[in-house]
Design a protein around this ligand. Structure first.
Ligand code: UD1
Ligand code: UDP
Length: 355
């Protein structure tokens, strides 16, 4: 039984579901309803060939305690009624944590896809979620070697850890021929050169003063080049209040579906983001990625990719260098991260089928 609920979960689960399907494994997909807008949820099922969820718990939004409690109550009911042999959870969202907790107490084995990532920043809800989920998991699928190291260091039995590559990259590579920049440019009337932006971390979008500062910085970037930003619902009201749209070269959009979004990234001169998944996708697409965070749980995107951690005051200068042809995110290692080859889902399915 796969548990998904938020935008990044869908992108990660799709290749695992399809690889298990190819092996004839009986599966169920539970959608928790943590994300529920069409553009945050259903569009991913339509585009990525995910089966219609067997259940939608419809938990919706709330404080961490409210949302996690609702998730646990709904998941306990499902797990008790359906008695899955294994629960598979993805990433680091509240749906992941809740499923891990409920399954562990019902003595149902848990497999965690994207285990072992660490930002070492306990102020991030995701760090709490991923650490606890890893402690509760029986099978841990890691996307990068340093994640294996973190788990081993924390005392996880190495026999339970599998370095399998990155299912989010399976989805990217499996859809490469659908990312048609020319047709998106025509459809959205995009300029020839633009920077793509997406921000949703609480540290960037919850505090009005921070949002105002970021809006001013994005305007400085827009003084040089068009900025196209599909706005995550979490920060939408705050960015509107801060007047982010009040610049002639600032283009704000609703969240985009997966195919349009990755196409937007592929065609961009650079990306400004705080998204975990986007740091990984730009690594493979070779697009310079400026990550507005003090840390990352995905250092492999810096050593092997185009990612660079930045503070907002650096943004205008770095964008200007990128536009001038410099690449401030040049990787130390030329190869892409090991096993980011489009076959992580198949490796996961093979390991699960062997059990
Ligand atoms: C969640 C994850 C985060 C992940 C992000 C991906 C947690 C703690 N956070 O953050 O790790 O990076 O998803 O996008 O699990 N909202 C809508 N429509 C929706 C969904 C949300 O309007 O379909 C709004 C609601 O006002 C809600 C807010 O966004 O309160 C935040 O949603 P929530 O799922 O709690 O957290 P995210 O910030 O989306
Ligand atoms: N994404 C999308 N539309 C958008 C923004 C992001 O389809 O408008 C995709 C993105 O390509 C990646 C995933 O959503 O595959 C990442 O989700 P998000 O940034 O919300 O979460 P995070 O990875 O930070 O947890």
């Amino acid at each position: 039984m796969h548990i998904v609920g938020a935008r990044p979960n869908f992108v990660k689960a799709a290749p695992v579901v399809s690889a298990l399907e190819a092996r004839g494994v009986r599966q169920a997909v539970v959608h928790t309803g943590q994300h529920y807008d069409d553009r945050m949820s259903a569009v991913f099922f339509r585009e990525l060939g995910l089966p219609r969820p067997d259940v939608d718990l419809g938990v919706g939004s709330g404080s961490h305690a409210e949302q996690t409690a609702a998730l646990m109550v709904g998941l306990e009911r499902e797990f008790t009624e359906r008695a899955p042999r294994l629960v598979i959870v993805y990433g680091d969202v509240n749906s992941t944590l809740a499923a891990g907790l409920v399954a562990a107490k019902l003595h149902i084995p848990v497999a965690h896809v994207e285990a072992g990532l660490r930002s070492f920043d306990w102020s991030m809800p995701e760090e709490v979620n991923r650490r606890v989920t890893d402690q509760l998991s029986d099978i841990l699928f890691a996307t990068s070697p340093e994640a294996v190291g973190h788990l081993a260091h924390e005392g996880v039995d190495v026999d339970r850890i599998h370095l399998v590559g990155n299912p989010m990259i399976d989805t990217l590579l499996g859809n490469l021929d659908r990312f048609d920049v020319g047709s998106l440019r025509t459809r959205l009337d995009l300029p020839a050169k633009y920077v793509a932006a997406t921000l949703h971390r609480p540290a960037n979008v919850d505090d009005p003063d921070t949002v105002a500062r970021l809006a001013a910085r994005l305007h400085e970037v827009a003084d040089q080049v068009d900025v196209v930003m599909p706005v995550h619902p979490r920060g939408a009201a705050a960015f509107e209040k801060a007047g982010l749209a009040d610049h002639p070269r600032m283009r704000l959009l609703e969240p985009l579906g997966y195919i349009d979004f990755v196409t937007l990234v592929r065609g961009s001169a650079a990306v400004v983001t705080d998204s975990g998944g986007v740091q990984e996708e730009t690594t493979i697409l070779g697009v310079p990625c400026l990550t507005l965070r003090p840390n990352t749980e995905r250092p492999v995107t810096i050593t092997h990719g185009t990612n660079r951690l930045v503070v907002d005051s650096e943004l205008p200068g770095l964008v200007s260098k990128i536009l001038a042809g410099e690449t401030p995110g040049t990787p130390a290692i030329a190869d892409v991260p090991p096993l980011w080859d489009g076959h992580a889902g198949e490796r996961i399915a093979a390991i699960l089928a062997d059990r």
